[in-house]
Design a protein around this ligand. Structure first.
Ligand code: PLP
Length: 442
């Protein structure tokens, strides 16, 4: 085993990390192991330090790390098969997971079953969004009236591959370098901030007017409305209201476009309901899920769609949806996902997230009084401190580590989405570290 300096030197010289330069990399912390809600780090100085994970490994590790039930599911599945191609073959973990997802999918009030009855397994969130968008394009081609555009709202984030990039922040965002090679989409303004902004609020009236007007200009060419319902995650942790989601869905439905909800970040209870769609009172035609699907153990995502969509997509000349990732429906990932869904239920995820929401609201509140803080907001198990420019978030992250907490801020946002299994004490530790770090640095 290499020593620490050797590992970090190779990492610096050869490994690309997310959203970073190969030439001027920053030194990452080495994680030696993880258990419960804690990561055991080797800091570049060589010092070992245990920190509370405020990020759930980017929304995934809802049950924490080294979870006995997930470990057992993985071991058991390993003894049968870890992977087998999904082309022409199937297996029990995929069938059972498909059944379970359909069972859990959003449904209209009082309905016996969800209209989302078909599942396409993908190997990452971005790929599931690719597939959802391809479904929408293909459905309209098959119907003999091709539509070329997606309608979305500014400030979203749907992944880093080409089609998802095209519905992600085109102006001043992370992918502007690719403008010109991406399909051109239609971007409505961002809905006013706040969960409770209703139809009569002047900001909402103006947003709805502008959005309807924009939609009308492109209506015949719009294949689908694509949004992260209620919470735009990596595009700015922007919380908006169910009413705005309803407006977007009704525009799509009035004009024969699909409603696609990207619940990759919001799904599996993170915003307080199992799906953000439920709080919006809208059942989408297509829904993407990922991240917490396997409790953060393995890479797996899925696209769910209605029978109408499945028929529309499959009704063309070939009948086939031309997508088939090598690791589609990986049995190991499906088996762990099933165990993770069992655990969500056994742990009463709803009570866990309610406790997180209460702890985050209480613990982050003092940040609102700090001079450099623009906003503090909490939705379900997500807490956000938004800073005023100039931001010094790298220093905030370093100061948080000194206080025993791992956080990864971006742009002007210091945010946390702790594992659901975090105790009240863990949440208090996270909050006081974040508030203390912001106060110290700014
Ligand atoms: N959609 C949303 C809402 C996301 O938050 C993300 C990831 O952050 C993605 C899509 C992309 O998922 P992945 O990183 O698994 O490709």
């Amino acid at each position: 085993m290499s020593d620490l300096d050797d590992l970090l030197a190779f990492d610096r010289d050869h490994l690309w990390h997310p959203y970073s330069s190969a030439l001027t990399p920053s030194t990452p912390h080495l994680v030696e192991s993880a258990g419960g809600v804690r990561l055991r780090l080797r800091l570049p100085s060589g010092e070992r330090r245990e920190v509370v994970d405020a990020m759930s490994s980017w929304w995934c590790a809802v049950h924490g790390y080294a979870v006995p039930q997930l470990d057992a599911a993985a071991h058991q599945q390993l003894s049968r098969m870890s992977h087998v191609m999904f082309g022409g073959l199937t297996h029990e973990p995929a069938v059972e997971l498909g059944r379970r997802l359909i069972d859990l999918a959003p449904r209209p009030e009082g309905a016996d079953a969800s209209p989302l009855q078909h599942v396409f397994f993908a190997d990452s969130g971005s790929v599931s969004v690719e597939v959802a968008l391809k479904m929408a394009w293909q459905l309209h081609v098959n119907a003999g009236r091709p539509r070329r555009k997606m309608f979305t709202i500014l400030g979203g984030y749907h992944g880093d591959t080409f089609a998802p990039m095209s519905v992600t922040d085109p102006v001043g965002g992370m992918h502007t370098l690719f403008t010109g090679v991406l399909p051109e989409q239609v971007f409505a303004p961002r809905p006013p901030a706040g969960l409770d902004v209703g139809p009569d609020d002047p900001a909402m009236v103006e947003w709805e007017r502008a959005t309807r007007e924009l939609y009308a200009r492109f209506a015949d060419d719009i294949a689908a409305v694509v949004v992260e319902p209620l919470l735009q995650g990596a595009g700015g942790m922007h919380v908006y209201s169910p009413y705005a989601v309803q407006v977007l869905a009704s525009l799509a439905r009035e004009h024969g476009a699909l409603v696609i909800f990207d619940e990759i970040a919001t799904g599996f209870g993170r915003t307080g309901t199992l799906w953000a769609a439920q709080r919006c009172g809208v059942v989408p035609d297509v829904m993407t899920v990922g991240k917490a699907l396997t409790g953060g153990y393995l890479t797996l995502a899925a696209v769910l769609c209605t029978s109408d969509v499945a028929r529309g997509v499959s009704g063309g000349a070939s009948g086939a949806l031309m997508h088939g990732p090598t690791f589609m429906a990986n049995p190991l990932a499906c088996a762990v996902a099933l165990a993770s869904l069992d655990l969500l239920q056994a742990n009463d995820w709803s009570a866990q997230v309610a406790r997180l929401e209460e702890g985050l609201a209480r613990g982050l509140k003092p940040a609102a009084d700090l001079p450099h803080v623009r906003d503090v907001r909490v939705l379900g198990g997500v807490g956000v401190i938004q800073l005023d420019e100039p931001v010094r978030t790298a220093e905030v992250a370093a100061a948080a580590i000194e206080r025993g907490v791992w956080v990864r801020p971006f742009r002007d946002l210091v945010y946390t989405m702790p594992p659901y299994v975090s105790t009240a004490e863990d949440v208090a530790t996270i909050c006081s570290a974040l508030v203390g770090a912001v106060a110290e640095v700014h």
